[in-house]
Design a protein around this ligand. Structure first.
Ligand code: ZN
Ligand code: ZN
Length: 410
């Protein structure tokens, strides 16, 4: 059975130009063919959706989410039943899909089991690229202990977002174990963070030897590393040692930007999460003791975005929201639009991510042979990015790997 999107105008995200009056023929989870009007006539058993007057985009990609972060309190997550978290995660996943995200990259928490659920049933949520547990050093961003707690209770099987490992042999073992469980990338906590109780934002984490060992293990499995880092000092030691994506990067400098361009690495700003944490973090469950750290990175993040954009650093869309704040996932478009052009913003949330993830020809574009991840809007997002930000009424059609998950009649 085919699905045919007729009278379709879809955005070629590379050229920034709409291809008009096409028929997009979907078979199974793929776009089988794209023809001129009438080219799909006589296909027989087909569901036809008239896309007249709509603007079609490829499904969006969020490169930094936490699908299992049902609360911003990571210590609480570690002692919560994984069954409870999994059920609550389904709400998070469904929310993401309804916002137009058909692929998300989890930055700590999700595993092969959660990924399998949306893989088996595309109505449940976006495809999940997962790293399993984020690797953290003792006292690092993934170590949820307060000063008074001596024993680390986190382990490979609990429900937290990270695993604490020290030394080259432990980090190798942890990376190999995530690879064993099918990780699509390895996550390194490589500087201080906001939601960790004992580290400082300006600290670097892991030794160069440990970082190299993790990158080497990822390379060996033909995957790559993503790393959480704020300061220029932390970012440089990651880029110089083969890490492919830098998460946050709020305190980067010009030299970092040059290094990004030189190495071809990607920056994943996550500005919306600081705004959300500042506005409602504590009300949503963030321990009040961590609130002060938000302001260290909030303003700097906007400066970093502009510097990186002006320098031509390749960027991906990231939201990094936690708990109830996940509903602001699309606000990152609004924030970045003050600096980034609409077409570049759409590229950050589509084709740039496909390139970074090694998925060109499959996701991030509407093209023959690619996954049938397609959105249709009433207004043109190229003209007004708010079209993406407020999808409740304007987003008329969501197709996730060939399955129609939302369709509002014209
Ligand atoms: Zn982080
Ligand atoms: Zn994160």
């Amino acid at each position: 059975m085919y699905t045919i999107l007729k009278n379709a105008s879809y955005l070629d995200v590379r050229s920034g130009i709409y291809q008009t009056n096409k028929s997009i023929i979907i078979k199974g989870d793929k776009v089988e063919k794209i023809t001129d009007a009438g080219g799909a006539d006589g296909l027989g058993d087909a569901k036809v959706i008239d896309c007249s007057g709509l603007y079609l985009l490829p499904g969006l990609i969020d490169a930094h989410v936490h699908t299992t972060a049902i609360t911003p309190d990571f210590a609480e997550l570690e002692v919560t039943s994984p069954f409870y978290i999994a059920i609550k995660s389904t709400e998070i996943l469904s929310g993401m899909l309804q916002r137009g995200f058909t692929t998300v990259r989890d930055a700590g928490g999700a595993d092969y089991g959660l990924a399998a659920t949306t893989q088996e049933d595309p109505t449940l949520g976006p495809e999940i690229l997962f790293c399993g547990k984020a690797l953290s050093q003792t006292g690092g961003h993934g170590d949820v202990r307060t000063k008074g707690r001596r024993q680390f209770e986190g382990c490979f099987c609990c429900a937290g977002l990270g695993i604490v490992v020290d030394g080259v042999s432990q980090v190798r073992r942890a990376a190999r174990d995530e690879i064993r469980k099918g990780a699509t990338q390895i996550k390194i906590m490589a500087s201080g963070g906001v939601s960790s109780p004992t580290d400082r934002i300006d600290s670097t984490q892991f030794s160069i030897e440990e970082i190299r060992a993790i990158v080497e293990e990822a390379d060996a499995a033909n995957i790559y590393c993503m790393a959480h880092a704020y300061t220029a000092r932390a970012i440089k030691r990651l880029l110089r040692n083969g890490v492919r994506t830098i998460e946050h990067g709020n305190l980067l400098d010009e030299e970092c930007c040059d290094l990004f361009v030189e190495t071809g690495a990607y920056l994943v700003p996550t500005l919306v999460t600081y705004q959300a944490l500042a506005n409602e973090g504590v009300a949503s469950g963030l321990p009040a003791s961590m609130e002060e750290k938000i302001y260290t990175v909030l303003e700097a993040g906007h400066v970093a975005l502009k510097m990186a954009y002006d320098k031509g650093v390749k960027m991906l869309y990231g939201s990094d929201l936690l708990g109830a704040m996940q509903r602001h996932q699309l606000q990152e478009f609004s924030i970045r639009s003050k600096v980034v052009s609409n077409i570049d913003l759409i590229r950050q949330a589509t084709v740039n991510a496909a390139e970074c993830f090694g998925r060109v020809g499959d996701i991030g574009e509407i093209l023959e042979g690619g996954s049938a991840n397609i959105l249709a809007y009433r207004q043109d997002p190229l003209q007004d990015i708010q079209t993406l930000v407020n999808p409740e009424d304007g987003l008329r059609l969501i197709i996730n790997r060939g399955v129609t998950v939302k369709h509002l009649a014209a």
